[in-house]
Design a protein around this ligand. Structure first.
Ligand SMILES: [Zn+2]
Ligand SMILES: [Zn+2]
Length: 1019
């Protein structure tokens, strides 16, 4: 089929035919091709495929440009691992140009695998003209965007405390902190540290010690101040041992134990200005400024944990940093970018800060500055890439002031329809509500370089295009990546000094968020193309992209165009294994996409994803569950189609002959009406991006077509009735078109063979619903329900369907009875009963019986229970049934007392009439008369004989249309039955002659314990 699509150029043709029609925009969220695609990628790709296919068939022009996300730290990390690098310095000595060349190669190394899978699963995407975020054109568009943002005053550099990974030497953005597994429960040290006061304020005495608490001892070397709340009550308290400590009143017992004696209580403001001895002497108080190593008032102090006196290290906490700004303290950061102390920290210089914790604690203990050291279990953020605990760390970084656009972002979100809709004001809306400025810069190598140049005097210039840079510097960059772009400099317009690029590259999410325009190199080229396809009608990715691509697209579009870049967003859930565990290579529970495709085919894979769940609910996934999808639907459709082909060929039916097929039967009209109903629902559901219900609706129709229409019409197909062929053909062809966006391969196979007037089903228009006969549909539904109950009754009584029975008694009145009577012949035949009778009440199908419920009445009546049982037995069952049905109680008298019995107290059951089997559900019920007299017995045998002959035909390898000479011998009664029903048997088995000669030697079949030998020969 892929070969045929290529040959007939179907995808391109489907676009060409819609050129000039209304465009329907789709954006491909670019994957990174530095690893092979997995099953979750198939999930995203089939949902990205179905709606563009559908919209194309509905008449829209739906271009689908592919794309690749090429930059970013994961790519760098993979290359680092391959090259055996341990840190950034290894990259520098290897050479940035060489390193980036490796990244470039790595990022496209699996593109062929991706393309092969994309084609095989039938995802139509323009891979030939795919955009790549590493291309100079793409980067230039991103530069244009950044310069616009800079010109609007929204791009700025600022020293901030940021979550920082010292292993990768990068800052994590807030959306990266939102990745799963970032917060992990860890045991950290918990230390209480003593700070003797130096110049006691009035509230304090010489010798008093402030108590502080921290879980990051490594920050104590740069303690700058202690923070208190001015209103909170603090105390001087004498601990056992005599030392007087200062801490929050509420925490005395918790920190010092029950034996501590409170000496004085006072508000925190009386502590402000107190000088103290710092925990370590490496950095003098003067380095922080006038207020170094003093007590300062702050708004973030509580008495919930610690001591109520908060250790403040300006460079290592957001609150600390803010307090430093307010109080005019200098930012001192003695930790290098690689997470080790610098030379200021004397003996610890060069050591990883976290590793130094135990030695620092021992150091404090040795100097009598430690009150207590414990461990503390808490949730702490880790790098989502490498698992290193993050440091909160003051660093200059570039930011985009998205928080200033919060209202615009929220307004843009209001224009978007989310699937499922709770994402809009839930996960995504809340994320926007809490918006913080976008930490844009990364101190890395393989990424879009931040297009900002600066001179020694601090003048800044943002560059918005390669030509602008060329005009200023005279350098025409063919590759704008590092290190080449770093070498380009020009003269500062303000001071005449040389301007050099800042070293950072940007967050990759800004790359992919720029794809609406950058994929077309807009605004430099294709401006109209971009405008035509902006915003996208539809995008689709995993739910976790609310903090990734969904956000970066919205943020970039709001920054530049003040509107949402998409109208409809479909979110996909996780793929778990059968037990509900996350799939991962290390657990060995992944299902490789090729394994599924090789075993079941791409259509089955797609069908499973579309119909087993609403896609955002997530999947519990295994090869077996996909096999189930095949068995339940695809095989049924394939068999129905196969049936048509078989009999159309056998009868020499040509499609042209069906254009005037004559009068349609009631069953034909029913099938077509159901078909039209299906078309209605499928269109409506797909318009609402609901592939699940749309697909299940097709499945239900195919089930009806196969199990009812075809089965009920077999005889007409054998007889070559053109109306039956025309009806089934129309149904199958329409199903093929409905199914084309879901299962593009099977759909095209059926279409091509049954019609083929277009080169492919994918060039057809989507079916339009025709007229329905809803009365007919309803009547048939009632008749089918009657049959279902009747067959269930047969199952209960263990009477084969081939054995005719005298009568079925059906509970039905009014319209329902009329509906069943309309299809009386059908119902009788299906149930294999000679007669249908009607009653109006289920009660008439048997005798009601009422018994006491010992479980409720036993405890209530105890020893009187036998009397209760007797009283219940004396009740009139029909009355009881009626009373309970109407929610009333029933009164009994026991030993002279009246009691009320309710629904729970009485067990009402139906004892069927003697000789009947009853099946009931709700208000519907069917009873079968079970008595089998000789006449019915003989007819039953005749049907068994037909069954045996059919089996013999199959065993002999005969074609369905072959005529046979039939020979029967064996048990006298069976042969007698065959003679009595000879015409019937001959007709059913296409026998032109029936003879009754002995057939010794052949293997007999057994019918009701009697033997029969069957001989079939080609006539
Ligand atoms: Zn890391
Ligand atoms: Zn300058």
């Amino acid at each position: 089929m892929l070969e045929r699509w290529r040959e007939r150029d179907v995808f391109a043709e489907s676009l060409r035919r819609r050129e000039g029609s209304e465009p329907w925009g789709f954006y491909e969220g670019p994957p990174t091709a530095n690893g092979p695609p997995g099953s979750h990628h198939v999930l995203a790709r089939v949902f990205k495929d179905i709606f563009p296919r559908y919209k194309t068939m509905r008449g829209y022009y739906v271009p689908r440009k592919g794309g690749w996300d090429c930059h970013g730290l994961p790519v760098e990390l993979a290359v680092e691992e391959e090259l055996g690098f341990a840190s950034k310095s290894d990259i520098e000595s290897f050479g940035i140009a060489e390193f980036n060349a490796c990244c470039r190669e790595s990022v496209l190394s699996f593109v062929d695998d991706w393309n092969r899978l994309t084609e095989r699963i039938g995802f139509w995407l323009d891979l030939e003209h795919a955009y790549r975020t590493l291309d100079p054109d793409y980067i230039e568009s991103v530069w244009w965007a950044l310069k616009s943002i800079y010109d609007n005053g929204l791009l700025y550099e600022k020293l901030k405390v940021v979550p920082y990974c010292p292993r990768d030497q990068v800052t994590l953005s807030s959306h990266e902190l939102g990745q799963p597994d970032v917060y992990q429960e860890v045991l950290d040290p918990s230390v209480y540290v003593r700070l003797p006061v130096r110049e006691p304020r009035p509230a304090l005495q010489p010798g008093d010690e402030l108590l502080i608490w921290t879980t990051t001892p490594w920050t104590l070397v740069s303690n700058a101040a202690v923070a208190v709340d001015e209103e909170l009550p603090y105390v001087r308290a004498r601990a056992e041992g005599g030392t007087v400590f200062v801490l929050a009143a509420a925490l005395v017992e918790r920190v010092l134990g029950e034996g501590a004696e409170v000496l004085e209580m006072f508000p925190g403001r009386e502590l402000v200005g107190t000088r103290y001895e710092p925990p370590f002497d490496f950095i003098p108080a003067s380095a922080y400024g006038e207020k170094g190593h003093t007590v300062l008032p702050a708004d973030f102090v509580t008495a919930e944990d610690g001591t109520g006196l908060v250790h403040t290290a300006i460079a290592f906490g957001e609150d600390d940093f803010r307090l430093g700004e307010q109080q005019g303290l200098n930012v001192i950061n003695p930790v290098r970018l690689d997470g080790t102390y610098d030379e200021r920290i004397g003996p610890y210089a060069g050591r990883n800060v976290k590793d130094a914790d135990p030695d620092l604690i021992e150091d404090l203990r040795g100097r009598g500055r430690l009150l207590r050291a414990e461990t503390y279990l808490h949730s702490y953020p880790h790098c989502w890439r490498c698992g290193t605990p993050l440091l909160y760390y003051a660093k200059p970084s570039w930011y985009i002031a998205t928080s200033r656009l919060k209202d615009r972002l929220l307004a843009a979100n209001e224009t978007v329809t989310w699937y499922p809709d709770h994402v809009k004001h839930g996960r995504f809306g809340k994320w926007l509500e809490g918006n913080v400025d976008w930490a844009l810069s990364r101190e890395r190598y393989w990424g879009t370089p931040l297009p900002v140049w600066r001179c020694d005097s601090g003048h800044v210039r943002a560059i918005g295009s390669l030509s602008e840079l060329r005009e200023l510097s005279g350098v025409a960059l063919s590759d704008p990546h590092r290190p080449f772009v770093d070498e380009v400099s020009f003269t500062c317009e303000e001071c005449g000094g040389p301007m050099l690029r800042v070293p950072e590259v940007i967050d990759v999410w800004f790359d992919s968020g720029s794809m609406p325009f950058a994929q077309y190199h807009a605004p430099f080229e294709n401006r109209e193309l971009f405008e035509q396809r902006f915003p996208a009608e539809f995008i689709c990715e995993a739910l976790d992209q609310t903090r990734g691509w969904f956000y970066s697209l919205l943020a970039v579009a709001t920054l530049l165009f003040d509107r949402a870049p998409y109208r409809n967003v479909l979110c996909l859930g996780l793929i778990l294994d059968e037990q509900g565990h996350k799939m991962s290579k290390s657990l060995g529970n992944t299902v490789e996409p090729w394994e599924v495709i090789d075993r079941f085919g791409a259509d089955a894979f797609r069908w499973y994803f579309f119909t087993s769940k609403q896609p955002w609910d997530g999947y519990r996934f295994s090869l077996e569950t996909i096999g189930e999808a095949v068995r339940q639907f695809l095989l049924q459709l394939w068999n129905t189609y196969g049936f048509y082909v078989l009999y159309a060929n056998a009868n020499g039916i040509a499609p042209e002959a069906l254009s005037d097929a004559g009068e349609r039967s009631e069953l034909d009209r029913w099938a077509l009406s159901r078909l039209h109903a299906t078309v209605e629902v499928v269109r409506e559901r797909l318009d609402d991006f609901d592939a699940t219900i749309a697909g299940r609706t097709i499945q239900t129709f195919v089930e009806e077509l196969s199990n009812w229409y075809v089965r009920r019409s077999r005889r007409r197909f054998w007889d070559g009735d053109p109306a039956a062929f025309a009806t089934l053909r129309e149904c199958l062809l329409t199903v093929a078109k409905l199914l084309a966006p879901f299962c593009p391969f099977l759909a095209d196979e059926i279409y091509d063979n049954l019609d083929g007037s277009e080169p492919s089903v994918h060039l057809c228009d989507f079916p339009v619903p025709g007229e329905r006969d809803e009365q007919l549909e309803e009547a048939m539904a009632v008749a089918r329900e009657t049959v279902r109950l009747g067959l269930a009754a047969r199952g209960q009584a263990a009477v084969k369907v081939r054995q005719p029975l005298r009568a079925a008694v059906v509970v039905a009145t009014g319209d329902e009875r009329a509906a069943i009577e309309r299809f009386e012949g059908v119902v009788r035949e299906e149930l294999n009963v000679r007669e249908l009778r009607f009653v109006s009440q289920a009660d008439e199908l048997g005798q009601l019986e009422v018994k006491p419920n010992y479980r409720t009445l036993g405890p209530r009546f105890g020893k009187e229970m036998p009397l209760v049982a007797a009283a219940v037995a004396a009740l009139e069952p029909v009355r009881v049934g009626e009373a309970l049905r109407n929610g009333r109680t029933v009164a009994i008298a026991v030993a002279g007392h009246d009691h009320e019995l309710g629904d729970d107290d009485l067990l009402v059951s139906m004892k069927p009439l003697e000789g009947y089997q009853v099946e009931r559900e709700g208000s519907h019920a069917v009873a079968l008369e079970l008595e089998i007299d000789v006449e019915l017995q003989v007819e039953g045998w005749a049907r068994e004989i037909v069954h045996a002959v059919q089996a013999a035909r199959r065993d002999a390898g005969l074609d369905v249309s072959d005529r046979i000479a039939l020979t029967l011998s064996g048990d006298e009664d069976l042969v007698g039955a065959a003679r009595a029903y000879q015409d019937y048997i001959a007709g059913e088995t296409l026998a032109t002659s029936v003879s009754y000669e002995s057939l010794d030697g052949s293997e007999p079949v057994r019918i009701d314990g009697r033997e029969l030998r069957v001989g079939v020969a080609l006539a």
